[in-house]
Write a protein that binds this ligand. Structure first.
Ligand SMILES: [Ca+2]
Length: 186
């Protein structure tokens, strides 16, 4: 059942195995007041969803993005994975336990900000998503992202590895650590 109540039109059903960028209404301009946007992400049965944010800025304490583990928000509090408000320079990727994720964005009667932009990817059990390659970095494995496989990262000359050099694909489809970065020495 689709229910889009925002005047600007927002939210929607996302059914591709990966998608985005998805944004708040009017992004990169400010979103409106009294927004109520719902996104339902559904990926193939047996897969899990990984949500990543490019940016996030809402009016702190008044305008919220709530992310539910499951197909709707009529479940109980334990299904809330994250409730975001205010400014975040970085958000740790949010990973579902099943093949559905529900997001609701609400803004109150006044005060707006730029909003947010996110992407999602899915992975099936025993297989991990592509962990990516940092700017100025390299990895030794470009294709085999299955359970038990390790990806080893190095940085180009003059750059220092930030984080963990080796990450391993775990049986639940998530990596043992975050993809490292490569920072300049000066
Ligand atoms: Ca507001």
């Amino acid at each position: 059942m689709d229910k889009i109540t925002s005047g600007t039109g927002c939210g929607g059903d996302l059914t591709a195995s990966s998608g985005g960028p998805v944004t708040s209404p009017n992004y990169p301009g400010n979103y409106g007041n009294n927004e109520n946007c719902e996104w339902l992400i559904t990926v193939p049965e047996g897969s899990i969803i990984r949500l990543t944010f490019d940016s996030f800025h809402t009016e702190g304490g008044y305008d919220f993005l709530t992310i539910y583990d499951g197909a709707s928000d009529n479940a109980t509090d334990y299904s809330i994975m994250s409730r975001l408000s205010g400014y975040h320079s970085q958000i740790t990727p949010i990973i579902s336990t099943s093949n559905t994720m529900f997001l609701r964005f609400t803004s109150n009667r006044w005060g707006s900000r730029q909003g947010f932009q996110f992407n999602y990817t899915s992975s099936t059990a025993g297989k991990c998503w592509d962990p990516g390659v940092p700017t100025n970095g390299n990895r030794d494995n470009n294709s085999n992202f299955t359970s038990g496989q390790t990806v080893r990262y190095t940085c180009m000359d003059g750059y220092q590895l930030l984080g963990t050099a080796n990450i391993t694909c775990q049986p639940n489809g998530t990596w043992s650590g975050a993809t490292p970065g490569c920072g300049g020495n000066r």
